[in-house]
Design a protein around this ligand. Sequence first.
Ligand SMILES: NC(=O)CCC(=O)C(=O)O
Length: 329
Amino acid sequence: MAATPIKLAGAGAFAAALAVAVSRPRAVGRLVRTLVARAAGAPVYAPLPPPQKVKVAVCQLHVTADKEENLQTARRAIENAAAQGAKLVVLPEMWNCPYSNDSFPTYAEDIEGGASGSVAMLSAAAAAAGVTLVAGSIPERCGERLYNTCCVFNSRGELLAKHRKVHLFDIDIPGKITFKESLTLSPGPGPTVVDTEAGRLGIGICYDIRFPELAQLYAARGCQVLIYPGAFNMTTGPVHWELLAKARAVDNQIFVITCSPARNPASSYQAWGHSTVVGPFAEILATTGHEPDTIVADMDYAQLAERRANMPLRQQKRHDLYELLDKTA
Ligand SMILES: NC(=O)CCC(=O)C(=O)O
C-alpha cells in the first residue's frame, strides 16, 4: 500500500523534470556539465557574488637588475595603492627581474617551498595593506622547470592561487623583435580563476591576452575581471596592447586590467608601459604613459549586468553554429 504514493510521486517528479528538460535544454545542459565536472573532481564555481564596487590600483613599476631594489619598489607601491583606498592591487609581469632569458633562471624562486623572498614580501605587504594582491609575475623554479608565474594573495596575505603563463611569448618579427620564452620557460597547465574579496578574477600573463578563447572561458566561468600583467614591446605595444585589452573587454562584456613595467632605457627589453583599466563597454577607465606610475579606477560590477542586458550577446550567440569547448572544466 505504501509503495503506491511513492511511485506516483516519483512519476510526477519525473514528468516535471522532463517538462523542464524540454522547455529549458540549455539549463539542463549546464546542470549536466556541472554534475559531470563535480564527479570528475573539477572545481565547480559558486554563483557570482552580489554586485559590488571595487577600487583597483595598477602599479607600473620601475624594474632594474637589482632585485632588492625591485622588492622595495613593489612594497612601496602596494602601500601607496592602499593609501589611495585601493582594495585590489595589480603588479606587472616580471617585476622582480629584467625581462630576459638570461635573467629568468638567475632570479627564479621556489614559490611552493616558501623560501621565496619575493613571495614572503608580497604576502606581508598584502596583509599589512589589507588588499587583494594580483602580484604581477616572477620567474618560478619548480624542480627542473621554470615558469612565468603570477601569485594572488588575499588581504590576510594568504596565497590564494598561482597562474603559470599558459601561452609562451615566442615571436620573430625580423629587424624588430625576436623573443623566445620557451628557451628557458615552460608553459603553465591551464586557466586560473580566483574568487577573492575583490570579485572573481581570471588571470592571464601578457601573451595570454592574444588568445580570445582563454578570455571567453573565464567569462563563461563567471569572472568579473580579467587581469593581465604584461610587458609588451615597442613594436607590438603601440598597435596591439590597448586594442587587445579593449577587444577582450568588448567581446566578453567584462572589466580588463593590464599592468606593465615602466620603460627603462637601461634595459635590453623596452616595455611599452601604458597600463590600463578597461570597462565592459570597452571604455578606458584609467591609463598612463611609459613612466613609473600608479593608476586608480573604480569598477562597478553592476555594469556587467547592465551592459549584458543592453546588448544581450550571450543570449544571441548561435550555439547551433559554434561553441566554446572548455577542456579543463
Ligand atoms: N611578455 C610577453 O608576453 C610580451 C608579449 C608581447 O609583447 C606581444 O606582442 O604579444
